[in-house]
Every structure is written in structure tokens, then in C-alpha cells.
Design a protein around this ligand. Structure first.
Ligand code: ADE
Ligand code: ZN
Length: 338
């Protein structure tokens, strides 16, 4: 078995995936038609041409535009079900999925419609092919904390479906400290906390996410290497970093995959994982991220194994489940040299 087969056959977990970022152009057109929504594209080629981003901000503009086709519970169900089928294809056995309720409630869509559509599709996937999952609700950091409190209030009645809270959207100028009180309240109400930090923003934002928001994971975190003390801290604490290689290239965080710093993070023994972020916009789901980054950085089979094992270690699965999946990876890995 070669590395490529190992990546494909291994059980995997995805820890950084925005469900709105799985909206494929074809589905965008289907839903626009079904809901009678105007979109600023004539055809699918037109959409694909628009997916040329210069940074995070330029992507988010198009991403929020695309999300406007999601109106009914069935739309959120169909979106999530399509992603669940991708999980099956990529042999993803566990997914921890972000959703952005404010993107929808601010357009007059009811919170219940959003969460119920997503949750029902994931329940179906769990029942039909054993995909386990957690749902993480992200606050949009370009909005104010007050808006975050309002959405958190609405999440309480869905505590059985929502495992944790995160922080996403425009990073520059919206530091984690802006949401310290909000995250405190979420934690007091037993939501685990994660946050995007150090995607484009400075190492300082990673420190704030750790120290002020008490996060269990940092989403992205690739800017950490600019701060030696931070690297030391991340290495010591083994706080996971959910790195998204194809996203980082599409948003020009690195100019090409060969220049990605993932290998350095591995070298420094950080708890790094590979994920897909917004695969419909960035050109690939989890296997493609793993396959392309392995080739570009010439990662060894041991490094790939470490990445896959790290993802399970970094997940919110029970210790027992983590052990079970990791031993499956190791037994497949032992066939690699055959
Ligand atoms: N929302 C969706 N994708 C995101 C990303 N990569 N960074 C910040 N917010 C996002
Ligand atoms: Zn993200």
C-alpha cells in the first residue's frame, strides 16, 4: 500500500469545516431556482471564475452572498446531507462542523430552521453509515458582542444539538478580546470553546484566544511560528491547531503549497491537524487537502500518520472512541510497506 492509498483508506476526522462552505456551485443554482433567489452569476463557469480570492475578506464577501440561497429547513438539510456523502466518499468517520447562525438570522431566517436542517441530516448520516458528529456554532467576529449574546440566547434551547461555540469571519481588527464576556457566558453554560486565530491575524490573537477565551483548539493558527514563546507554549500544552492547507493557498496566506509551514509545525511537535475549511470554495475536501499537502511538502508516511492520529486526538470524541479509531489507523499503516 502506498501513501496515497493509506490516506484514502484510513479512517479520518474533520475538525474545521464550515457547512456553508460546502455549498457547491451546482447546488447554489439548484437552491436559487427552488427559492426564487437572484444570484450575481449567470452560470456555473461564472461562479468558478469568481472564486479567485486575494485574501480572507474577498472570499467572505462571496461566501455570504452564496449563503443567501439557503432559506428553508430542507435547504440546510440538503446542504448538510451532500457534505455527509462526501464524508462517506473520503472515509471521514467523525466530523465536527461549524455553522454561522448570524449569517442566516440577519436575513430573517429562523434559528430553528437552520439548526434543525443541519442536525437532521447528520442524524440520518449517523444512522445510515455511522458518521459521528459534533456541531459548533460560530459567532461572526465582524459583528458586535451584543449580537453574539442574542444568538447565544437562542442556542440554549438547542443545547442538546450544539456542542460548542467558535469564532470566525474577518479576523483583522476583530481580536478575540472583543468577545471575552460572550465566551465566558458560553463556557459557564457548558459549551466548549474554539476560535479562529492566526489565520491572517497576528500571534497576539492566538495568545488572546488561549488566555481570554480559554479555547480547547485554535482554528488555523499558522501565524504562530512568528512568535517563539507561543510555539513553546503550544508545544507544551499540545493545544490542537486545525490547519487548512488548500484554504491557505486560495486566500493567499502562503503563495504556494510548497511554501506552507505545516512541515515546520510538525517539526516543532505541535498538535497539528489537516482540514478542509470551505471545500466548495477552495477546491477540495479532506482527502484532496491531505494528498496535495503530502505531495507538495514531501511528507513522510510517518508524518501523514501523525497528522491523521493527531486529528482523532484533537477531536471531542470520548477517549475510548479515540483509541479505537487510532488503532485502526495504525493497523492500516502497518500494511504501508507491503
Ligand atoms: N468563515 C468561513 N471560512 C472562514 C475562514 N477561513 N476564516 C474565517 N472565517 C471563515
Ligand atoms: Zn474556517
Amino acid at each position: 500500500m502506498n501513501i496515497l492509498e493509506f490516506i484514502k483508506k484510513s479512517p479520518k476526522t474533520e475538525l474545521h469545516l464550515h457547512i456553508e462552505g460546502t455549498l457547491e456551485p451546482e447546488q447554489m443554482f439548484t437552491l436559487a431556482k427552488r427559492n426564487n433567489i437572484e444570484i450575481p452569476f449567470k452560470n456555473i463557469n461564472d461562479v468558478k471564475k469568481a472564486y479567485n480570492f486575494s485574501n480572507l475578506e474577498s472570499f467572505l464577501k462571496i461566501y455570504y452572498e452564496g449563503a443567501k440561497v439557503l432559506i428553508k429547513e430542507q435547504d440546510f438539510f440538503d446542504l448538510t446531507w451532500a457534505y455527509a456523502l462526501k464524508c462517506k466518499e473520503d472515509n471521514i468517520v467523525h466530523a465536527e462542523i461549524f455553522f454561522d447562525p448570524q449569517t442566516h438570522t440577519d436575513r430573517g431566517i429562523n434559528f430553528d430552521i437552520v439548526i434543525n436542517g443541519i442536525y437532521k441530516a447528520l442524524q440520518k448520516a449517523e444512522k445510515e453509515f455511522g458518521l459521528s458528529f459534533k456541531i459548533i456554532m460560530c459567532f461572526l467576529r465582524h459583528l458586535d458582542e451584543e449580537s453574539g449574546f442574542k444568538i447565544l440566547d437562542q442556542a440554549f434551547v438547542h443545547k442538546d444539538k450544539i456542542y460548542g461555540v467558535g469564532l470566525d469571519s474577518s479576523e483583522a481588527g476583530n481580536p478575540p478580546s472583543k468577545f471575552e464576556k460572550l465566551f465566558k457566558k458560553a463556557a459557564e453554560n457548558n459549551f466548549i470553546t474554539v476560535a479562529h486565530a492566526g489565520e491572517e491575524g497576528p500571534p497576539e490573537y492566538i495568545w488572546e484566544a488561549l488566555n481570554l477565551l480559554n479555547v480547547k483548539r485554535i482554528d488555523h493558527g499558522v501565524q504562530c511560528l512568528k512568535d517563539e514563546k507561543l510555539v513553546e507554549e503550544l508545544s507544551k500544552s499540545q493545544i490542537p491547531l486545525t490547519v487548512c492547507p488548500l484554504s491557505n493557498i486560495k486566500l493567499q496566506v502562503f503563495n504556494k503549497l510548497e511554501n506552507h509551514n505545516l512541515w515546520k509545525m510538525l517539526d516543532k511537535k505541535l498538535m497539528v491537524t489537516v482540514n478542509s475549511d470551505d471545500p466548495a470554495y477552495f477546491g477540495g475536501y479532506l482527502n484532496k487537502n491531505l494528498i496535495e499537502v503530502q505531495a507538495a511538502l514531501n511528507l513522510s508516511k510517518d508524518e501523514v500518520k501523525t497528522l491523521l492520529v493527531n486529528s482523532f486526538k484533537s477531536s471531542f470524541l470520548s477517549e475510548e472512541k479515540k483509541k479505537e479509531w487510532i488503532s485502526k489507523i495504525l493497523s492500516i499503516n502497518s500494511l504501508l510497506s507491503i
